[in-house]
Structures are given as C-alpha cells and as structure tokens.
Design a protein around this ligand. Structure first.
Ligand code: UDP
Length: 240
C-alpha cells in the first residue's frame, strides 16, 4: 500500500448517529477514540483534515418540530447538538496524543470554541491541526451535509468524504432489497435524478456546481480512510 497521500486536504463528514455506536443516544467514547485513530492515520502522512459532525444523536430540528416545537428553535437545538459532538471529537483527537484540534462554530459561543473564520481555519490546517466545524451552516432549515459541502468548498478541500454505515451508494436500500447493487462511481446528476439517498439535494448541488469530488464509505472499516486517502478507489462510491 502506498503511504503517499493522494490528497493534501480533505473534509470528512460524520453523522451524529455515527457517534452513538451501540447506544441509542449520546456519544460512545469507544467510537470517538476509533475515529480519532482513523484521523490520526491520515494526519500522520501529512494530510490536512477538517471534520464536520452532525447532531442527529442528540437533536434534530425536524423531529422536534414534528413533536410540536417551533422549527427554528428545534434547528437551533440541533446546531447546538453538533457543537457538543464537535467538542467530544476535539477531546478524543487530542487525547490520543500527537494531534491538535480546534472547534470552529458557525454560531458564536466564544467561551467554548472559536468562531468559524475561513482564513483562520485554513491556517490551522496548514499547521497540521484538525479543524472540527460545528453548528452546521449557522442557519435553520439546513443540514450538516450542506454545511460539509459548503465548508469543503470554502477551505478548498480536494476531496469530501461522507462516512456512513454502508459501504457506499446502492441502487436501492440494501437492507430492504437484496438485488440492490453498489455503485462504484456515479455522477451528481444521476444521483440527483434517481433521488439516491446520499445527501440532501442542496448539499449535492453545491458539490456538483463547484466540482467537489465525494467519496461515500463505511466508516466502521478500520483503515478505510487511510486507504482512500492514499489513492485506493475501489472502496465506497465516488461521486463526481
Ligand atoms: N441544523 C441546522 N442548520 C445547519 C445544520 C444543522 O439547523 O446548517 C440542525 C438541524 O435541526 C439538524 C440538526 O442541526 O437536524 C442536526 O444536523 P443533521 O440532522 O444534519 O445531523 P446528522 O444527521 O448528520 O447527525
């Protein structure tokens, strides 16, 4: 396996649910430690890593609105949930030693973390620090997938990765349809046209219009991130 990185700067999107592990809610320390090791395996070979984390393991605005809450308030709670997750990741990344991390939030919470400032984020990345972007886009009615696409484009990442529980994008839900096949490569237009549940449409259109390459892969596979970043293309689904 080549140890040379194929990308200088990447952005990895993790869903909030990914942090739960076997739990029904909250954050599993085993999972955050595993993710920190995966990140370390690519930082060690000189790749600059930015993370965007969701908040679905704690709150989602849509779910809160369905239960009767004002949607904007629900979305604000969802954004704050992503800050909690980002802090857990920052802690896990620094705790394994040898890496520094900085959380940058799209909503101001200065006692807790930095504000999102693009040039500052890029400076952290150049210094080898992992930057965790929190609070999504800072606006209600958006998702952290859209935030990930936006940040990936803004920081000029060469590749965006979306870590999921399945090893890529399938023609149908593989849990429900045994004939579902995994795409190795697909265009944004085809994925949008077929309404494949990769990311929401806003996030996909942003990536498409700005030429951001996306790899959707199974985050639970140890070493997969390093293999992708060192140039393997047989893992996951690649969206162009
Ligand atoms: N959210 C928001 N604006 C954003 C990003 C997120 O209002 O730009 C809120 C929204 O309520 C969302 C919640 O934060 O449901 C958590 O984000 P998301 O659902 O994307 O998390 P994931 O599914 O990745 O865990």
């Amino acid at each position: 396996m080549s140890q040379q990185p194929a990308y200088k700067r990447i952005l990895l999107k993790l869903s909030g649910e990914a942090l739960m592990g076997e739990q029904d809610f909250g954050i599993s320390p085993e999972v955050t430690a595993f993710l920190a090791r995966e990140v370390q395996s690519v930082v060690d070979i000189g790749v600059q890593v930015a993370l965007v984390v969701g908040g679905g393991n704690i709150f989602r605005g849509e779910g809160l609105a369905r239960a009767g809450m004002d949607r904007v308030t629900g979305d604000q709670m969802g954004m704050l949930a992503t800050v909690i997750n980002a802090l857990a990741l920052q802690d896990a990344i620094e705790r394994i030693g040898g890496m520094q991390a900085r959380v940058q939030s799209a909503i101001r919470i200065n006692e807790v973390c930095e504000d999102f400032i693009r040039r500052k984020a890029m400076r952290h990345l150049e210094k080898g620090r992992v930057v965790v972007f929190a609070a999504g886009t800072g606006n209600p009615f958006f998702t952290t997938d859209s935030a990930a696409s936006l940040r990936a484009i803004e920081i000029e990442a060469e590749l965006m990765l979306k870590a999921t529980k399945v090893d890529g994008i399938y023609s149908a839900d593989p849990k429900k349809d045994p004939s579902a096949v995994r795409y190795q490569e697909i265009s944004y237009d085809e994925a949008l046209g077929k309404r494949l549940g990769v990311m929401d449409q806003t996030a996909m259109v942003l990536c498409r219009d700005h030429g951001m390459r996306l790899c959707v892969y199974d985050m639970s596979r140890e070493g997969a991130l390093r293999r992708i970043v060192t140039g393997e293309t047989g893992i996951g689904t690649w969206v162009n």
